[in-house]
Unconditional design. Structure first.
Length: 299
């Protein structure tokens, strides 16, 4: 799908992060980490009433044992007992604590992994990535100004940057002559309090922008918005194309998903009032976490 939005156009886009299948449905959580934890604890307490295991190994009838243990571990993570970045106890120790088989514990941990709460790696242990399961992430876009603020509520980290000279293929993509210099920047976006990447972006920034190397290193929000603010430019047109792609090993590692996983790739070209390309961004979203919906209105 390809769309071209100019300053007089109107577009509505919302991006929704969806948890993987296999977990009981949970209500949307309010903003704020304290409120999210309170809501999740209340939800899990309700589950316990209907038969959920606790860390003492007391198991009431209801859900399967692995689901009961998974729900209890969710509550312990949400309460801060296992903070983000920490490792859960070893599988054998958790099995003993909950008085269940290692097979049942592996299934419980799999549910936490599918919820995006933990990352399991052989020999490295089970790392806590988030305090709560993925909640809906919406970004309404009604105009070009909204699109420039895309990702404003996320956190950005610059992985690497370097000046590059265009070979034939890159020159064609950027619409410039061979040998032209651009600044290539790679970034990772996450939600506050959640280590799971929601986007990996490769940007090519016009090297004509003075001191762009230093400016991009300190950027905290959308790069396109920074360009408008710092350089006094006005982005008047954005060309966007999207396609489904399959992640190779390197791409999957960056987004913390399995190789071969589907992803949504969006290529955006940002033009100023003189029709000069000031930025090209290639954003890759993990397919298992996003639904991208576009609504167009007739003017």
């Amino acid at each position: 799908m390809t769309s071209r939005v100019n300053s007089s156009g109107s577009m509505y886009v919302k991006i929704i992060a969806v948890a993987r299948a296999g977990l009981p449905a949970r209500p949307s959580l309010p903003d704020g980490s304290a409120n999210r934890r309170h809501a999740l604890s209340r939800k899990v307490s309700e589950m316990k009433t209907n038969g959920v295991a606790n860390s003492a190994g007391e198991v009431a009838p209801g859900l399967p044992r692995y689901a009961q243990v998974a729900n209890d571990l969710m509550e312990r993570i949400a309460s801060g007992e296992y903070p983000i970045g920490s490792l859960l106890p070893k599988e054998v120790d958790l099995s003993a604590e909950y008085r269940i088989s290692r097979h049942t514990m592996r299934e419980a941990l799999r549910r936490l992994d599918e919820a995006g709460l933990v990352s399991r790696r052989r020999r490295a242990g089970t790392e806590v990535l988030a305090a709560t399961p993925a909640a809906s992430y919406r970004q309404p876009i009604n105009s070009i100004d909204d699109l420039l603020q895309y990702g404003e509520a996320t956190e950005i980290r610059v992985r690497r940057k370097a000046r590059v000279k265009c070979n034939a293929a890159l020159a064609k993509m950027l619409g410039c002559e061979k040998g032209r210099e651009w600044l290539r920047v790679e970034t990772i976006r996450t939600r506050p309090g959640d280590r799971r990447p929601i986007c990996h972006t490769t940007m090519y920034l016009n090297a004509e922008l003075a001191d762009i190397d230093a400016r991009v290193e300190a950027v905290a929000g959308p790069v396109s918005a920074m360009i408008e603010t710092i350089y006094g430019l006005r982005i008047t047109e954005i060309e966007q194309s999207m396609q489904a792609v399959s992640l190779d090993t390197a791409g999957a590692k960056r987004l913390r998903v399995d190789p071969g996983s589907p992803a949504l790739q969006a290529v955006r070209r940002y033009y100023d009032a003189t029709n000069r390309l000031v930025e090209l961004a290639i954003a890759v979203h993990p397919g298992e976490r996003f639904v991208y919906v576009t609504r167009l209105r007739r003017q």
